[in-house]
Design a protein. Structure first.
Length: 114
């Protein structure tokens, strides 16, 4: 049974940091591109960052220089380190695993507010 379980969300002040984790199970983690998406209030879901099985990373322009995606292939976990958070980073953050099939986590809420 495939599972993607996100954690690490919460309420943080502007300029603060959070680290999201996504623990994966039920599929061959090392063969999948792992991504983080987010959906802000009233907005469509958007790609934030991704990391291929070979370690190639991609970042949305809005988070470049502030967010870092990493994966631990021994722990089957992908992380998103978020620094210098802004109110516009608020949203539900989702983990996605993609190869031939795509799997989604349930999401974790991130709120950036003073």
């Amino acid at each position: 049974q495939v599972q993607l379980v996100e954690s690490g969300g919460g309420l943080v002040q502007p300029g603060g940091s959070l680290r999201l984790s996504c623990a994966a199970s039920g599929f061959t983690f090392t063969s999948y591109t792992m991504s983080w998406y987010r959906q802000g209030p009233g907005k469509e879901r958007e790609l934030v960052a991704s990391a291929t099985a070979g370690g190639i990373t991609y970042y949305a322009d809005s988070v470049k220089g502030r967010f870092t995606i990493s994966r631990d292939n021994y722990k089957n976990t992908v992380y998103l380190q978020m620094n210098s958070l802004k109110p516009e980073d608020t949203g539900v953050y989702y983990c996605k695993a993609a190869n031939v099939f795509a799997y989604w986590g349930q999401g974790t809420q991130v709120t950036v507010s003073s």
